[in-house]
Each structure stands twice: as structure tokens, then as C-alpha cells.
Design a protein around this ligand. Structure first.
Ligand SMILES: *Cc1c(COP(=O)(O)O)cnc(C)c1O
Length: 373
């Protein structure tokens, strides 16, 4: 059978009655925009995190962009982040008129190298934007110390890390605000687009509510600051409410898949050989994607094609090497670890309902290919 890196259909089969009931509930509710389901989801998503506020929006990119704007970021400001992220992180920063500033990542966990952040801070720096890449938290304490010392805000990009913990705290509660995506592949995924921002600061949340609604506080009101139309759809909100009650089950499913990969591939790891994703001390992992690393990545992927194994690369091109971001002026070689990793990483299939038979097929094929290198 042909494998897929991600597939929502097995989950849909299981949850079909509930998902369709959510759709019917909204269609029959008499309120299709900013109704009870959006309000309910915002309350429940905030409560899940123990956060004071949640404003839902139409996607994760706009969650980042509006959150940056709500934190006061605009033209001329600088936002420090990483280049080995989904391009929308960078697009969102540019969308505010600010300039993304990239720092390199660490070999061991592919996360922001907090030792390099201070050197990237200038008078124009407004926000640190760490990405909890692949599903585990960055080292947060050094970032908080720098933010406090230099008077910066921290916006967490939690698009890949729903439900992940850092020393007991859920990611999204560590910074001044946190942006989430509910793109279907994400750990908490809608049946279409969705996003949200959580914060414990009332003024930030109020600014977000206006920014997603043209810049108005309420219907038929004055625009105070021109905003956007970035509302979460009622249908997606109701589906997300239902799925939020199962988030911990999804996390267990993903972790079970990871444990099976570890048990079956652990003996192939080592320097110059296979590197499996680790979990740093104090972290729990939500395994948005299961990213492994090998110096012979391209040969492995080519050989696995003959076994009908589908693989992804998250991500094949670091953002600073993309033509659309060339104007930012990063030369090739300027972020050496980021660039090296992009040549060596690939993702094995990962989703909570991944059938064991498919996983076994992936494991067997990978073992065979690695033995033949
Ligand atoms: C998915 C993702 C986004 C963007 O979310 P969308 O809902 O697709 O707009 C932003 N940042 C990261 C790290 C992501 O993985």
C-alpha cells in the first residue's frame, strides 16, 4: 500500500458523526459569523491553557501578524526569529512592515540557539518570536531574561506545538502572547483554515479583537485603527471545540507512534548515522512532525521511493535562502547549522491514527535502505 505522511481520513471515519453534527449545529444556529461557537471555542481554548484571553482568527499566519500588531510592531521594527520555520512565520512579520532577523539553531534539537540571540538585538528590536519547532518548546528562560533586560515582548509561534509542555507549563503561556494555527495537518486541526492568539494581557486581547474586525470594537462602530477581516468561521470553531476535547488523546496517539519508531530504529542511531528526534529535559513533545536526520538524506529518499514510502521534508529550503526573502540580505553560509540541517532532515509519516501496518512498512523499508547504503 502507498503510505502518506499525513492523512485525516482515518480520523474522519472515526469522528464522522461528531464532525457532521457540528456542521449541522452551526447551519441551524441562525448565526454564521462570530456566534456561539467562536465564543465557546475561545473560552475553552483559553481555559485549556489557563490563559485569561483567546481571540480566534482565520489562520495561523494572521494569528502571528495580528499578534505582532497588537504588541505594537510596525514598519521599521525588527523581530528576531529563525530561518528553519514554515515560511508563514516570516511572511507574517513582513506583513506588519517589520523586518525579520534570523538567528541560527542548534545541531541537537533544531531549535533557536539562545546563545546567539543577544548579538542580534538592536535598537529597533521589538519582539522575540521563537518557534516551538516540530512540537517541542524552545529553551525559554534565556529568552525571558533577554526580553526583560532589553524591554522586548515575546510572541510564541505555537503552530506546531499544541499541548506541548515546558517544565510543566503549556507552550503558549510562556510569552506575552502566543499564535496557533489550526491548519488541518496541525496537532489540533480544523476541516479548513483557523488560528488563534492567547494572552494574559487584556489590552493585547482587546487590540486583537479590533484588528480581526476591520479595526472596530463592535458591529457598526467606528474604526479606531484600520484593521483586517480575519475572523474564524463558525463551522471551524464548532469542529475545533469538539476536537479540543480529544487533544490529549491525539497527543497520546502521536507519542505512541514516536515510541514505536524509537524502539524499531534506535539501534541505527549515532554520529554520522541516523538521528531521531529527542525530547529535551523538562519538555513533552507533541510530534507535529517526526523529523529524522541522516547525512545521506537524498540517497535515502530516492531509495525509499521504490518502496512506495512517502516522505516530507520540513523544510527543504531555509527561509533566508528563498528568492522572495532575498531582499533581507542573508548570504548563503550565513546560518550554517540551519543550512546543513535542511540538507539532512526528512520526516517519517506521523499522525495519531497512523495504522501500525503502515508504520511497520516504513520501518522495514528504512532499515533495508540504511543497510544497503
Ligand atoms: C502552519 C504554520 C504557520 C501558519 O499557519 P497557517 O494556519 O497555515 O497560516 C505558521 N508558523 C508555523 C511554524 C507553522 O507550522
Amino acid at each position: 500500500m502507498t503510505t502518506r505522511v499525513w492523512d485525516y481520513l482515518p480520523e474522519y471515519e472515526k469522528e464522522k458523526a461528531d464532525i457532521l453534527d457540528a456542521v449541522e449545529q452551526v447551519f441551524g444556529s441562525g448565526q454564521l459569523i462570530l456566534g456561539g461557537s467562536v465564543k465557546g471555542f475561545e473560552e475553552e481554548f483559553a481555559a485549556y491553557h489557563g490563559a485569561a484571553h483567546c481571540t480566534s482568527v482565520d489562520n495561523g499566519t494572521n494569528a502571528l501578524k495580528l499578534a505582532l500588531e497588537a504588541l505594537g510592531v510596525g514598519p521599521g521594527d525588527e523581530v528576531i526569529t529563525v530561518s528553519n520555520t514554515a515560511a508563514p512565520t516570516v511572511v507574517a512579520i513582513l506583513g506588519t512592515g517589520a523586518v525579520p532577523v534570523f538567528v541560527d539553531v542548534r545541531e541537537e534539537d533544531f531549535l533557536i540557539d539562545t546563545d546567539l540571540v543577544e548579538a542580534a538585538i538592536t535598537e529597533r528590536t521589538k519582539v522575540l518570536l521563537p518557534v516551538h519547532l516540530y512540537g517541542q518548546s524552545v529553551d525559554f528562560a534565556p529568552l525571558r531574561a533577554l526580553a526583560d533586560r532589553y524591554g522586548l515582548k515575546i510572541l510564541e509561534d505555537c503552530a506546531q506545538s499544541h499541548g506541548a509542555r515546558h517544565h510543566g507549563d503549556l507552550v503558549g503561556t510562556l510569552g506575552d502572547a502566543a499564535a496557533f494555527s489550526f491548519y488541518p495537518t496541525k496537532v489540533l486541526g480544523a476541516y479548513g483554515d483557523g488560528g488563534a492568539v492567547i494572552t494574559s494581557d487584556r489590552a493585547t486581547d482587546q487590540a486583537l479583537r479590533e484588528l480581526r474586525y476591520y479595526g472596530m470594537e463592535k458591529v457598526y462602530y467606528v474604526v479606531r485603527t484600520p484593521g483586517h477581516n480575519s475572523r474564524l468561521d463558525e463551522v471551524q470553531a464548532e469542529i475545533l471545540r469538539r476536537k479540543l476535547t480529544r487533544l490529549d488523546t491525539y497527543l497520546e496517539g502521536r507519542n505512541a507512534v514516536a515510541r514505536r519508531y524509537e524502539a524499531a530504529l534506535g539501534d541505527l542511531t549515532g554520529p554520522g548515522r541516523l538521528q531521531l528526534p529527542g525530547t529535551n529535559e523538562g519538555n513533552t513533545h507533541s510530534y507535529y512532525v517526526y523529523v529524522v536526520r541522516h547525512p545521506e538524506r537524498d540517497r535515502i529518499i530516492e531509495a525509499l521511493k521504490a518502496h512506495d514510502i512517502a516522505l516530507n521534508i520540513s523544510y527543504p529550503w531555509p527561509c533566508h535562502t528563498m528568492s522572495g526573502f532575498a531582499h533581507l540580505g542573508y548570504a548563503k553560509g550565513s546560518l550554517p547549522v540551519t543550512e546543513r540541517l535542511s540538507q539532512e532532515i526528512f520526516s517519517l509519516p506521523m499522525y495519531p491514527s497512523l495504522p501500525e501496518a503502515v508504520q511497520d512498512q516504513v520501518i522495514a523499508a528504512l532499515r533495508e535502505v540504511l543497510a544497503s547504503l
